[in-house]
Structure formats: C-alpha cells, structure tokens
Design a protein around this ligand. Structure first.
Ligand code: EPZ
Length: 420
C-alpha cells in the first residue's frame, strides 16, 4: 500500500490549482445513464472514485475512456442493471446509479454501497423518494430490487436534505411522467451542477440550490453533451486550512469562492490575510492562526461537514481553542485518534470535537477516511519533524495528485509504495 512521507515545519509558497468537484463529477457520471448517449466531462478529476465509478458503468455495458482533457462516457449500449457488488462497495456514489437506472430501464438490482466510514449512512431517504415516484422495492438475499413499470411525478418531502437522495430522486424524476416537486432537498452547489448538466441534456429541472426542486418529466434525454463540473470547494477549503496551519503565501486558482463562504468568513477574522479575485484566493498566513472558536456543521449553506476534520487539524496548531459540533454524520471522528499521534490536544465528547492548539511533532499515522486523511496531511505539514501517513488510498479517492501539488508549494512530501 502507498504512503506519504512528509517532513513538516515548512511554509508553503506558490500557486495551487484546484481540481473539478469530485462530488459533482460522480453525480454527473451517474446521470449520463439517462441520456442513452455520449457525455464528455471536461477536466474530469483523475481520482480513484471516478475510476471506480467508470469501472461500474463499464461493467453495465457503457464505454468509458479517459484522455488528457477529460472523461468520455457512452451509455448507449448499457445492457445490465445489476450493480456489481464488489465495485459498489468501494464508494457511496454507486448508490446514485439507482435512480437513473430505474428511470431508464424500470428496474435495478442493488447489492449495497460503500465509501467513507463516517457513520451508519442508511439509504432510507433514497428508498422513500424512489417509492414515492412509483418504485416497488423487493428484498432478496443481501440485495434490493427496485422496479417500476413507469415512474410518475409526485410531491416529495425529504425527511433530511440528503445530497445523494436529492440527486437520486432528481435523476429518476427527469424521465418520469408528470411533475415532481422535491421539498426539503439538499442545496449543495453540486446539486445545481447536476441540474445544469441534466438541463443541457434536455431535462426540465428548476430550483436547485434552494430548498425545493421542481422536475418536469420528459420522454427522453439526449447525449452529445460536453460539461465541465464546478471547482471542488472541499479541496479549496482544505488548501486554505493547510496554508493557515503551515504559514506561507499561496495563490489558489480555480476557486468558486461563493461555495466556501462559511470558511472564508472564519479565515478573514483570523490572523492571516486573504484576498479574493474572481476565481482565485490569495492567502498570506504571516503568523500562527488563532483558534476558530465554535463551529457547527450543517447542510449547505452551513459549515461543510467535509471540512470539519481539516479545520480541527488547523486548530490543533492554532493559538487557542477550536470546537466543532458535527451534526451531519453520526461518527465522523475516527481521524481524532490518529491526530493525537502528532501530539495534538484533541478530544471528542459525543458529537463534539475540541482542540487547543500547540506545537505538533512528526508521527506515523493511518488515514481512516478521505477528509480525515487530509486532516492528517495538514497536521504532518505543520508538525516539526518526519511523518509517515499510511492508508493514503482513502485520500487518493478524492484528491488528485495531492503530493505533487503540495510539492509545488515547497512541501517536503513523497509518495512511496510501502514494501510491507
Ligand atoms: C454526499 O454524501 C457527499 N458524497 C459527502 O461527501 C458529503 O459529506 C455528504 O453528501 C453531505 O454533504 C458524495 O456526493 C459522493 P447525505 P451522501 O445523504 O449523499 C443521512 C466527501 O468527503 N442519511 O447528505 O451520502 C446520512 O447518514 C463525501 O466528499 C440518511 O439517514 O450524504 C448522513 O448522516 C463524504 N438516510 C446525512 O443523512 C439516507 O437515505 C447526510 O447524508 C441518506 C442519508
């Protein structure tokens, strides 16, 4: 397995190019099933989650080809709706294929999903939403069979603004008879990105980014579409927090600043200077950051749960206290024990994690999930001394060429295949 070897304590200087959004890309790949045609995802991030989802689509009969500009998907010849159990167990986004396969073929066999171990992650909201559109859900040995001769538009209120459930219902409703109204839906920027892609393919979807989405079902969608997803807001936030933790001056390119405003507000009121130009953020971290005080994660536009671990890692070296109350996932704290290996003063009480900053020392630690793994990278970059981070497969699910991009900022980080 590969590891990162990091010699920390160095300030970061230079330019960092943010990738296109992992979570938008994954949803758009699923939605391409509805078009029975060709989609080109421009600047598609080269990360393992995308490659795994591409392999799932290929196993169903699609053609998926990556070139230097992006990812080409042709879903015309999909012949199977039996989702492959092994591949699907690697990422949560495999679940987001259920809606489009049901909408196009009227049936799908689902053996379960996977992804970051950050809580129980049930799928009841997905099931309720698809049932509301007319799907019957049968249980077999370790599988669910969704079927619907025809799905019909309906008014649906989600019991929680689940990102994936919003996307699954949107995609299934796109080819349903009649109009679907999804209330209490997720408002993350990636939902608006999915709406924009689907409307480019001939869908009639309105309201994404707000609390209610309206989908006027159409008979068919078309391919022949090229689409460039929005910038990855979580990578942007991760890099800002890394520079705050290490110190330095970095120009971050390809940022959708409106999508990380809750974080930048907290940073603006801290010790570093940030200037925002169009799609760039310049951060100058001259001195040690102050603790961030108390933040509560919540669905967009609240503080992003996917930035909670990285914020705590930055808080672990800050002057003062940082507290995060995690309200979105029920067990997003596995990274904390690994963070303690760097000497961090951090503890969890129920759904709240608290740290009081201090100097950190190098350590050997293992990534437990994608964003928790990024938190360990931030800690290692800020720590004095040598660190080794294992299980980086978790990190490489969502961050493209992270070690190369950090090296360009002057970080002493090497990716090694671990011989053991
Ligand atoms: C998406 O996951 C993202 N993943 C996650 O990003 C992100 O953390 C999450 O949304 C919240 O923003 C992708 O887009 C691929 P949810 P998703 O359904 O859709 C509960 C990352 O780091 N819930 O909004 O799975 C669930 O347990 C990843 O990039 C139900 O109870 O998240 C959780 O507590 C991590 N029943 C809460 O809702 C359901 O049927 C939010 O989950 C579905 C969800």
């Amino acid at each position: 397995m590969a590891v990162y070897e990091i010699n920390g304590g160095k300030k970061l200087y230079g330019e960092y190019a943010v990738q296109r959004s992992k979570n938008s890309t994954l949803a758009i790949m699923c939605a391409s099933v509805l078009t029975r045609g060709e989609t080109f995802i421009d600047s598609c991030p080269d990360i393992s989650d995308v490659n795994t989802l591409g392999a799932i689509l290929t196993s169903l009969g699609a053609r998926v080809v990556r070139d230097s500009r992006g990812l080409f998907i042709d879903t015309r010849n999909i012949y199977s709706t039996n989702l492959p159990e092994g591949l699907c167990s690697r990422l949560r986004a495999s679940l987001f294929l259920v809606g489009p396969l049901l909408g196009r073929f009227g049936n799908v066999t689902f053996h379960g999903t996977g992804g970051c171990s950050i809580g129980s992650r049930p799928i009841d909201i997905h099931i309720d939403g698809l049932k509301a559109l007319g799907a019957a859900v049968g249980e077999g040995d370790d599988k669910l069979i969704f079927s619907a001769a025809a799905t019909k538009g309906e008014k649906i209120t989600l019991k929680f603004p689940s990102v994936g459930a919003t996307e699954n219902v949107m995609m299934c409703a796109a080819l349903s008879d009649g109009t679907t109204v999804i209330e209490n839906c997720a408002a993350e920027p990636e939902i608006k990105d999915l709406q924009d892609y689907l409307n480019l393919c001939g869908a009639k979807i309105f309201g994404a980014g707000g609390g209610t989405i309206t989908v006027e079902g159409v008979k068919k969608l078309h391919g022949g579409v090229e689409y460039c997803p929005i910038p990855d807001r979580i990578e942007s936030g991760s890099v800002l927090l890394a520079v705050m933790a290490t110190g330095g001056e970095v120009l971050i390119n390809n940022v959708a600043r409106e999508n990380i405003s809750k974080l930048t507000e907290k940073i603006i009121n801290n010790t570093c200077k940030i200037t925002v130009y169009n799609d760039k953020i310049y951060i100058h971290a001259k001195e040690r950051p102050n603790g961030f005080g108390t933040l509560v994660t919540s669905p967009y536009p609240g503080f992003a749960t996917d930035l909670h671990p990285q914020l705590i890692a930055c808080g672990a070296v800050a002057d003062g206290e940082t507290i995060v109350k995690e309200t979105v996932f029920d067990c997003r704290f596995k990274y904390v024990d690994e963070l303690k290996r760097f000497g961090a003063d951090v503890c969890v009480d129920g759904q709240t994690v608290r740290t009081v900053g201090r100097e950190l020392h190098g350590a050997a630690a293992d990534a437990t999930d994608l964003r928790g793994g990024m938190a360990l990278v931030i800690a290692a970059l800020a720590a004095k001394g040598a660190s080794r981070i294992g299980e980086i497969r978790h990190i490489e699910r969502g961050y493209e060429n992270l070690h190369k991009k950090l090296s360009l900022l002057g970080a002493d980080i090497v990716r090694r295949e671990d011989e053991t």
